[in-house]
Structures are given as C-alpha cells and as structure tokens.
Design a protein around this ligand. Structure first.
Ligand code: ADP
Length: 268
C-alpha cells in the first residue's frame, strides 16, 4: 500500500465536515494551546459534526454528553454504585474523558443546572483539574484532553444563559448556516442530492431563513435540508419531502405552515 492510498483511507475514515471558514484551524490551535472551546450556533448548523470531525482528525476519542435540565454534577463526574460486592465508584463521562485524554463535548450546556457547570471551572482554566469530591481524588487533565461546550444563542433567555464566570473561561467560536456553495456540497455528500436538487433546496433554505414575520422558534437548518434531500432522493415528490422534513418539522401552527408552504411552492 503506498502512501497516497494510506492517506486516502485515513481521510475516508474522517466524518465528513464542510468548513464554514477557518473553524478547523481555530479548533486545532485551541486544542494545542489547551484552551477550552465554546461553540455557538443554531440547531442543525453542524456543531456536533464539526466536533466529531475534529476529534477524528486529531486522533482523540470523543465523549459526548447531551445536557438537559436534570443533569447533575454526579452525572458528569461519577457516583458510587451499589453492586454485588458492595459499593464501587463509577466514573462519569467527564472523569472518563479526563483520564483518557479525550475530547469531551457537552452539547446544549445551558440546559444543565447552574451548579453542574461549576464543576467545569477548575478544568476550564489553567489548573486543568477535576476534583472528585466523593472519592477525594483530583484528576489532572493530560495535554490531549479538551473540553468543548456548545449552545444555541437563539434559545437564550435570562434564565438560560451561561454564567459569565463560566463563559469567560472558553475561547468562543460562532457557526451560522454555511454559504450556499458549501451547503450544496453538504446536501450532495450527505444525501446524494443531484446538483440541481441541492441548489433548489439551498435556495429554499435561504428564503425561509429570511422570513422574520413568522412566529418561528427555529428556522430551516442544514439538518432539515439534508432530511428533505434524503426523502427526495429516495423518491418522495419534492413538495411532499419539503413539507415533511421542513415545514411540519418547524411548526405545529396551521397558518404558519400555510405561509411556509407558499414559500416552498414559489421556489420549487
Ligand atoms: P448541531 O449539532 O449544530 O445541531 P449537527 O452537527 O448534528 O448540528 O448537524 C446536523 C446534520 O447536518 C449533520 O448530521 C449533517 O448531515 C449536516 N451538516 C450540517 N452542517 C454540516 C457541515 N458543515 N458539514 C457536513 N455536514 C453538515
């Protein structure tokens, strides 16, 4: 096997990620400098895929936690479990990531309780330690370890935002929706869309994102466009694919759905 073939195989193993502009280099520099990273961006804009891609590219294991409002510090750090031989300590995902020198990705971190994010503080500044109170152990993160958190600023409310003391520990990176040519490449690669289908859906996505008078919490993300493209490639008529994957995914309100359908009809 020659070098170029090895290179090709290694590249094929990377999860596909189309860059929006310079974020891969920024991620790599942050990792080398042992800085934690905060990725901001709307749902479905590629945050998770980006982290998966970068973990593979840097050759690090990835441990992902989807945060929710019931997430307690012990869910991240670990807890004692009762087993047949009495109690045993079980590392949580964060402790495991620190021990393995993994990349730990906390998705939608603002959902977690405020006291939960406090356990991140000593890990996210230059101490890079994770104290495990219950066992008295203090884990020091190896250089390869990286903490990455994400949140969707669109959801942000006064109740749900990161404490300044938390966010100031992170280098921040903002992802939006990709430029049209990049988004077309994504639809072609992820869904096998033809160039024409990709171009049509990207035009539709762009038009829907410009609608501001609709009462929508979210707009047509790259993820929704990929799903519409998949249905269409599989044989669902395009209008029905857009209705199912985009319009009905975005709203339960009949009037809003009708307005979105008009945009769909006008652009297909
Ligand atoms: P987020 O974590 O921001 O909610 P994801 O990373 O889960 O979004 O992206 C949703 C889907 O959209 C992915 O599974 C992938 O198919 C597609 N996608 C979005 N952005 C990109 C991108 N830049 N490169 C490749 N695929 C992307």
């Amino acid at each position: 096997m020659d070098h170029s073939e090895l290179h090709r195989i290694a590249a094929a193993a990377l999860p596909f990620y189309a860059e929006q502009g310079g974020e891969a280099a920024l991620f790599e520099h942050a990792w080398r400098q042992r800085l934690p990273l905060l990725i901001k961006g709307p749902t479905g804009s590629g945050k998770t895929r980006f982290v998966e891609h970068m973990a593979a590219r840097l050759g690090r294991p990835l441990i992902t936690v989807s945060c929710h409002d019931d997430l307690a510090a012990a869910d991240l750090v670990g807890r004692h479990l009762l087993g047949a031989q009495g109690t045993v300590w079980a590392d949580g995902p964060l402790a495991r990531a620190v021990r393995q020198g993994a990349i730990c990705y906390l998705d939608e971190v603002v959902e977690a309780r405020k006291d939960t994010t406090v356990v991140l503080h000593p890990l996210a500044d230059d101490r890079r330690v994770l104290p495990i109170e219950r066992t008295g152990e203090q884990l020091t993160a190896p250089p390869e370890f990286m903490l990455v958190i994400s949140y969707n600023p669109g959801y942000q409310s006064l109740l749900k935002s990161l404490k300044p003391s938390t966010r100031q520990r992170f280098v921040a990176l903002t992802l939006g929706y990709p430029a049209p040519a990049v988004e077309e490449t994504i639809l072609r690669t992820e869904a096998g869309a033809s160039p024409q289908l990709a171009a049509t859906l990207v035009r539709l996505g762009t038009a829907l994102r410009q609608l501001t008078d609709q009462d929508l919490e979210e707009t047509a993300s790259t993820r929704l466009l990929v799903m519409a493209a998949r249905l269409a490639v599989s044989g669902v008529p395009l209008a029905a694919a857009c209705r199912a994957a985009i319009v009905d995914a975005l709203t339960d309100d009949a009037d809003t759905a009708a307005a979105l359908c008009e945009v769909v009809q006008a652009l297909l």
